[in-house]
Write a new protein. Structure first.
Length: 449
């Protein structure tokens, strides 16, 4: 069972950030954001902020044609994922024009015809990307009395007080402690930050860097990074990299500066070793022993990363009792897929384990092949605190069985785990069996290689 715990121990550190966020930021972003926002068929599983249409305004670039109105529909705002990295909002706008023969509204490269009733009132409801400024405008064209009239409408972020200068962090940034160190952004803008850890070769070792993929709404195409003008591509999207030293990034727009910081190790290690211990109810039975007691159970974990979604992991569980056993496993851990905006990942554990125990006067070594599955829900209860649940199963076959179930919550530095282990092995004319149920606390010990 334990190798998934390596997932939690080292998995919430920078190295496992690679595992959890490679798909979040790995995709190429579209060259035009508005069409991508509207192309998504479903909303994001989690809203990064409780923005509403009341945090936005519709503004005519020039005086609009007469007898024309436009409004965002209350309650229509939703967030969508774009390119795997950005969470961006969209909503529904209603446009109404009176005394017209025909009309269209163009937005994000699509032309939408107005529905004109017998009284000459044209109306339309259409989805709109809530991205500020001219690159994402809506253009109204109507025909009245044989003449064409045109109006251009733009969306602007005009937040309520509680949303002024919002800085929103993607779950991919949690393992790296990305946060606002000081400063603020202009109140009529908001900043989205997603993270992708990368390794950089240096002096024969791998050093860490963190790529920030950001969308900064309502600041235009250029901001300053470390005092240097930086253009966005596409509009509003900026990419930066933070190194361990100094581990900060200074951004400024319209005379206001914000400093983002991250926790990055100076050297990336592919391997880890961790341990846990706690009180367990313990039962051991064989033809000569009937034992029911309380004892401490020691767990050891180790792993070596082979890539962004694959690693070799080892675990050992040993009750600290005179009638003990050693339960060891060596597994290949692979991430299978992610759900719910990558907040939930599902991982497969393939390999083998062995039992070392003494029964009826003999020391016995028994290999077997239980396979496992685990699910991890990220940022539950607090940033960088995850809930991990899973199991190994080997159903009873010819008098042999193995079950290992766990539920774990915590961070890269400390976790709590409820664990149940039960196994049964043939011993002569009878069998040996154990059950262990308890609570343990664990932490990483070493990072190496």
């Amino acid at each position: 069972m334990r190798m998934p715990l390596g997932r939690l121990l080292w998995g919430l550190s920078v190295l496992t950030g690679l595992v959890r966020t490679h798909a979040v930021c790995g995709a190429e972003l579209p060259r035009r954001l508005a069409p991508a926002v509207l192309a998504e068929s479903s909303s994001a599983a989690f809203s990064p902020a409780d923005f509403a249409v009341s945090d936005y305004s519709l503004t005519w670039v020039q005086p609009p044609p007469p007898r024309v109105s436009a409004a965002l529909e209350p309650g229509s705002l939703e967030w969508v994922r774009v390119g795997g990295a950005l969470s961006l909002p969209r909503a529904v706008v209603t446009i109404r024009a009176e005394r017209v023969q025909k009309g269209t509204v163009e937005h994000a490269g699509v032309s939408h015809p107005l529905k004109v009733d017998p009284t000459g009132t044209g109306t339309i409801e259409l989805p709109v990307a809530l991205l500020s400024g001219p690159p994402h405008e809506l253009r109204l064209r109507i025909r009245r009395g044989g003449a064409e009239q045109v109006g251009t409408l733009v969306v602007r972020f005009a937040p309520r007080a509680e949303h002024r200068g919002a800085v929103l962090m993607d779950v991919s940034c949690s393992p790296h402690g990305v946060r606002v160190r000081r400063g603020r952004i202009p109140g009529d803008s908001w900043l989205w930050v997603a993270c992708r850890p990368v390794s950089v070769p240096r002096d024969g070792r791998r050093t860490a860097a963190l790529e920030l993929v950001t969308y900064w709404d309502n600041v235009g195409a250029t901001v300053e990074a470390e005092g240097i003008a930086t253009r966005s591509e596409p509009t509003g999207v900026f990419r930066f990299r933070i190194r361990p030293d100094p581990g900060t990034l200074h951004l400024s727009a319209r005379g206001q500066e914000v400093v983002l910081g991250a926790r990055l190790p100076p050297v990336l290690s592919a391997g880890f070793v961790g341990a846990g211990i706690g009180p367990y109810l313990y039962r051991f039975e064989d033809p000569q022993t009937q034992l029911r007691t309380g004892t401490n159970l020691l767990t050891l974990y180790a792993g070596y990363s082979l890539g962004a979604t694959t690693r070799i992991v080892y675990f050992n569980a040993t009750p600290l009792h005179v009638r003990s056993f050693a339960d060891q496993g060596l597994y290949l851990w692979t991430e299978q897929f992610a759900l719910l905006d990558r907040r939930l990942t599902v991982n497969l554990l393939l390999g083998m384990h062995s039992l070392l125990f003494q029964s009826t006067g003999k020391l016995r070594f028994v290999p077997s092949f239980p396979q496992g599955l685990e699910a991890i829900f990220l940022d539950l209860g607090a940033r960088a605190h995850n809930l991990n649940g899973g199991a190994f199963f080997y159903p009873q076959i010819q008098g042999r069985s193995y079950y290992n179930l766990w539920l774990r919550w915590g961070s890269a530095r400390l976790f709590w785990e409820v664990n149940y282990i039960a196994w049964k092995e043939p011993v002569g004319a009878g069998s040996a069996r154990t059950e262990s149920l308890g609570l343990s606390v664990g932490m990483p010990l070493l990072r190496l290689f």
